[in-house]
Design a protein around this ligand. Structure first.
Ligand SMILES: NC(=O)c1ccc[n+]([C@@H]2O[C@H](COP(=O)([O-])OP(=O)(O)OC[C@H]3O[C@@H](n4cnc5c(N)ncnc54)[C@H](O)[C@@H]3O)[C@@H](O)[C@H]2O)c1
Length: 402
């Protein structure tokens, strides 16, 4: 039985640390059979590191002609045009975050995917991390009561071109849409609204370009539909590094500690429960969800990426206007979105992630972002297991991710 053939475009740090290892979980049904990088040695190095023997392509088109689906792991400014070209070539796409620079570009990508019956998924990787999936479920189940405030701080001393991917100067180059907004705000602001299961209805953002030509400091105040507030504080230029998440509710608080989270009940000063990555079952990773959706039919796999773009655009717009801005979430047309046709025959049906799990994980929203985001999520999502997620949030990632 033929497996799905995947093409990898961009063979740098995230391909090495996330996509290639993540594909291991779906090896029964899919594998990377072609690679393309504008620096051909990067593709060769990556293949050598993992003992792979892909076709090394000299162009995107050569890669498109050889595969069923593509993973796009290139600098930010490439995501929109490369996704459009891949979708036009009839390929399913798993694209890195940020999916685009503007909500309008993102909508164009989504419209094209839906028109062509193709899966378009964005690697908002935090949404697949078991620790966050599990904590989100506990919050939905009422652990904290009504959430009052979600505070997220991620302050580093350097941009990713100095640490995460040394020499990748596009991270701080406006030409490539580099910036802390597209790099980390797109993760952390999205994590807030996803964990609260409530979209932000208003955002006040302040950004600074202190040591780079792009935003390297981001502060935002978020007003969520469920009444919670959010504080986001990010930096590439602080003199020391710090990473923390604190979520306060009427019944207690969750605070990040030692790579996990402590629960402190209301009225107490001491934690009564510690949650670590091991406290929760495994969860399908991004690649598993993507493959499952190709095989069994996907449902708005782009949602996480699209919601994140609405938020970071509101942060940028607010900084420019000096006023609070309403995130421009996707407005669905009346007709229900087309589902991608299940891949026929010839492919083993042993998809590791169950359809329902995959859908819930990747697309918490249904018809309109606002409506479904406020709906409770089934417990089953956190419990269904298939695989550990990549880029662990816990200790190490929390402390030093890029
Ligand atoms: N989901 C996550 O948690 C996460 C984490 C880190 C990075 N990312 C995202 O992944 C993307 C890549 O980041 P990275 O850290 O791997 O960067 P990187 O610089 O290490 O790798 C990018 C690779 O793309 C190649 N490339 C550049 N332009 C290309 C083009 N037009 N066609 C083909 N290849 C091209 C480069 O040669 C390089 O090998 C970024 O958009 C970043 O935001 C996501």
């Amino acid at each position: 039985m033929a497996k799905l053939k995947f093409g990898l475009i961009g063979c740098g740090a995230i391909a090495t640390r996330n996509h290639v290892p993540g594909m291991e979980k779906v090896k029964a049904n899919a594998s990377i059979t072609a690679m393309y990088d504008i620096v051909p040695e990067k593709a060769k190095e990556l293949a050598k590191k993992f003992g792979m023997k892909p076709k090394f392509c000299k162009s995107e088109q050569e890669l498109f002609d050889a595969v069923d689906a593509v993973i796009i792991a290139t600098p930010n400014s490439c995501h929109y045009p490369q996704t459009i070209r891949a979708l036009k070539a009839g390929k399913h796409v798993l694209v890195e975050k940020p999916m685009s620079y503007t909500p309008e570009q993102a909508d164009e990508m989504i419209d094209l995917a839906e028109k062509n019956g193709l899966i378009l998924q964005v690697n908002q990787s935090f949404r697949y991390i078991p620790l966050y999936v599990g904590l989100r479920q506990l919050i939905q189940d009422g652990l904290l009561g009504d959430v009052l405030t979600f505070r997220s701080q991620r302050a580093g001393m350097q941009a990713p071109n100095k640490g995460w991917s040394p020499g990748a100067d596009w991270f701080v180059d406006p030409k490539f849409e580099g910036s802390l907004v597209g790099d980390i705000a797109v993760h952390m602001a999205d994590l807030m609204q996803w964990m609260l299961n409530s979209p932000a209805k208003r955002v006040l953002g302040i950004t600074r370009t202190r040591e780079h030509k792009v935003e390297d400091n981001v502060n935002a105040l978020l007003d969520f539909e469920n009444g919670a507030t959010g504080f986001l504080e990010l930096s590439w230029t602080y003199p020391t590094s710090w990473w923390s998440i604190e979520i306060y509710g009427t019944k207690g608080s969750l605070k990040s500690i030692d790579g996990g989270f402590a629960f402190i009940p209301a009225g107490s000063t001491t934690a009564t429960k510690l949650y670590s990555a091991e406290s929760f079952p495994a969860h399908p990773n991004s690649q598993e969800v993507f493959v499952d959706s190709i095989l069994n039919g996907g449902n708005q796999n782009w949602m996480a990426g699209r919601q994140a773009i609405a938020l970071v655009t509101a942060i940028r717009d607010s900084n420019a206007s000096g006023k609070g801005e309403v995130p421009r979430n996707r407005v669905e047309k009346k007709a229900a979105p087309k589902k991608a046709a299940p891949k026929k025959a010839a492919v083993k049906k042993a998809a590791p992630a169950k359809k329902t799990v995959a859908k819930k994980a990747a697309a918490p929203a249904k018809k309109t972002v606002a409506k479904k985001a406020a709906a409770p999520v089934k417990k089953a999502v956190a419990k269904k297991a298939a695989a550990p997620a990549k880029k662990a949030p816990a200790k190490k990632t929390a402390a030093k991710k890029k």
